[in-house]
Design a protein around this ligand. Structure first.
Ligand code: PTT
Ligand code: SF4
Length: 610
């Protein structure tokens, strides 16, 4: 095979064993890499119903066939497992040289199973895997862990690690690399912690076989040049995703006061232009000339790498309008290894619950010091923080007193940073995302704002499906950053050319879309297999707040979602997907995607329609 290494590495932490597992070209061509490989591995190798934090769960790091070959924006790595937060499929995608080093070590994926008796660091160098005692690392922040490991193994080693949050099994603990790249919102850091795995160091010095090396070299150079010619390139380098703050404020979609409002009176204080005033540099993933990580000095004079999601979830959503303080909270979350989106979401929930006097804890909007202390309590599972560490769905279920109505999650994953009172399509995108309420697959909000907020139309559904295939499928199985395409307009045709040069295979766009559907349906099947007959359409409905409590401020004052229309839209979406009214793939759909074995297995858990 060209492009693919043809090997996974299976690591058993219980037995301190690592074995290379070759796979064939059929698997490569069907699932391509990254999320595709991760989904296939988890479907094939996990027994349904396992506890996600038990040794039976498997943590998969998977890259695509272009990783490690110098392709623009290809320094990304998928991390996946059964999620302890949602009970379904979980994954995330982080920028790190670890993916590049993993591929150059000779592996397209590393599958980690079992549990080390005491904390370890896994060191993978070419074909050799070592299990290193991590007693001295346990308890360190992600920044210190990576710094210490790089001091030992050199600055070119790729390191992914967890912080105290992962160690303490916080359900939304994330995996961190390069002091601020984060992946695995749905608790991948907790899965790593449950295995007593503090960090992985990857070092690879092998060449990856490439079909047409000269063509690839020229295409790579041309791609980087092309990206720089895009009209929004210069502004992107200045602000990255931060300009979204002002845009959301203008369009009443800025998450504010636990998603009660879509506008925030201090939005200009935490927006892209405010950020420019305190910016000290750009950081980014490897192989990227767009470097969208905005490095700012925070209120503790530390450096913090910020972007839209973390600034709004730890800013407007908790009523904090001081960007340096928001940046300090973001840095703390990175150091502790907490997902900033879920963190801002659970804190917003806690403040609202306190405001409504359903808990005895006194919490208030926009209080930096109290919030900082609460974040530490969450990471170290102290007091009330330990309840919030379970995620908003569980916290609300335990608190009761009506609080599930303002617990902002779908399928257990906290909603990310777009208010949907007046955005039915974005709400549907959240509802049907593969990991729970994440914006990564169908960021339809911009399209919806441009073409009309009010409708619950088929056109919107079609657009969501197309976006899910491209963003949740193609970019995730290639494990390549989507921003050149989605933010600058770098054309999708480039990727078919890269694939041809790297693998020698013609993979036209429609073949990639088919592969995307296959992976997305397999992920769907994974969820259904886990939930069995408890799976219902209601699980995919957005939080009740968006249906019952209208916006009280801004130009869209009074707006909220319509329950009946939304439910109808969800059913139509299912129909277009080839799923039944519960959202379960039909037998014929799985057969069309060459997944007859999946249908057969699924039938043991639920009744499938034809
Ligand atoms: C992603 C989620 C996001 S999505 C953000 S900001 W975003 C948050 N970032 C966090 C962070 O930082 N620190 C922290 N402790 N927690 C964080 N949680 C949140 O995690 C990120 C960029 C961004 S910035 C986005 S949209 C794009 N995401 C991509 C993706 O998902 N796939 C892909 N093929 N390309 C992407 N490119 C962009 O990458 P999760 P990164 Mg992330 C500080 O994984 O679980 O999906 O969570 O990777 O290297 O940090 O780059 O406005
Ligand atoms: Fe990473 Fe940003 Fe570059 Fe994408 S654009 S590869 S997220 S630095």
């Amino acid at each position: 095979m060209f492009g693919w290494t043809g090997n996974f590495l299976k690591v058993d932490l219980t037995r301190n064993k690592a074995v290379a597992e070759p796979y064939d070209s059929l698997l490569a061509l069907s699932y391509i890499g990254g999320r595709g490989f991760a989904a296939k591995i988890l479907w094939d190798q996990l027994s349904p119903g396992i506890n996600p934090l038990s040794p039976e769960n498997k943590l998969v790091f998977a890259a695509g066939p272009l990783t490690g070959l110098g392709v623009p924006n290809s320094g990304k790595l998928v991390v996946a497992a059964k999620s302890p937060l949602t009970g379904g499929y979980g994954d995330g995608n982080l920028g790190t040289s670890a993916g590049i080093q993993m591929r150059q070590a000779g592996y397209d994926a590393v599958i980690i199973e079992g549990k080390a008796e005491t904390p370890v660091v896994l060191h993978i160098k070419n074909k050799v895997a070592e299990f290193i005692d991590a007693a001295d690392f346990w308890g360190l922040t992600t920044f210190d862990t990576e710094a210490h490991l790089k001091a030992i193994y050199g600055s070119s080693a790729g390191v992914v690690s967890i912080g105290p949050a992962g160690e303490n099994l916080v359900k939304f603990a994330i995996v961190i690399s390069q002091n601020g790249r984060a992946g695995g919102r749905a608790g991948m850091g907790a899965v790593m912690g449950s295995k007593n795995l503090k960090a992985i160091v990857f070092e690879g010095y092998n060449d990856i076989p490439v079909a047409y090396p000269q063509d690839l070299k020229e295409l790579n150079a041309a791609g980087y040049r092309e990206i720089m010619t895009k009209p929004s390139y210069a502004f992107w380098k200045k602000q990255g995703t931060m300009s979204t703050v002002e845009w959301c404020q203008e369009n009443s979609t800025l998450p504010t006061f636990n998603f009660s409002e879509g506008v925030f009176e201090k939005a200009d204080k935490i927006g892209g232009f405010a950020m420019e005033k305190i910016k000290v540099g750009n950081r980014g993933c490897p192989n990227c000339n767009m470097t969208c990580g905005n490095v700012v000095k925070d209120s503790n004079r530390g450096e913090s790498e910020i972007d839209y999601e973390n600034v709004t979830m730890l800013g407007s959503n908790i009523g904090l309008g001081n960007l340096r303080q928001v940046a300090a909270l973001n840095r703390l979350a990175d150091e502790l290894g907490l997902d900033t989106i879920s963190l801002g979401n659970v804190i917003g929930f806690a403040i609202e619950t306190s405001e409504k006097r359903r808990i005895t804890e006194k919490l208030d909007w926009g209080k930096y010091t109290e919030t900082r202390d609460l974040i530490k309590d969450i990471a170290y599972r102290q007091g009330f923080g330990s309840l919030l560490a379970e995620g908003v769905r569980t916290a609300a279920a335990k608190i009761g007193h009506g609080s599930p109505e303002w617990a902002m999650h779908i399928k257990g994953l906290e909603v990310s940073a777009y208010d949907c009172h007046a955005a039915p399509a974005m709400a549907l995108a959240y509802a049907t995302s593969s990991v729970g309420a994440h914006h990564k697959e169908a960021w339809i909000i911009a399209w919806e704002v441009k073409f009309g907020r009010k409708g619950y139309t088929e056109e919107k559904i079609n657009k969501i499906i197309e976006m899910q295939r491209i963003r949740g499928g193609i970019f995730e199985f290639l494990s390549i950053c989507r921003f050149p395409n989605t933010s600058l307009g770098f054309e999708l045709e480039w990727y078919t050319k890269y694939l041809l040069a790297a693998t020698g295979k013609e993979m036209p766009f429609n073949a990639l879309m088919y592969a995307a559907d296959k992976t997305l349906n397999l992920i769907r099947a994974f969820w259904i297999r886990e939930y069995g007959n408890n799976w219902t359409r209601e699980m995919e409905l957005p939080p009740m707040k968006w249906f019952k409590a209208p916006l009280t401020e801004g130009p869209l004052k009074g707006a909220m979602l319509d329950f009946v229309k939304f439910d109808g839209m969800l059913k139509t979406y299912y129909g277009k997907r080839g799923w039944d009214e519960r959202g379960i793939p039909k037998r014929s759909t799985l057969q069309k995607l060459s997944l007859p074995d999946v249908a057969k297995q699924l039938e043991k858990y639920v009744t499938l329609s034809d």
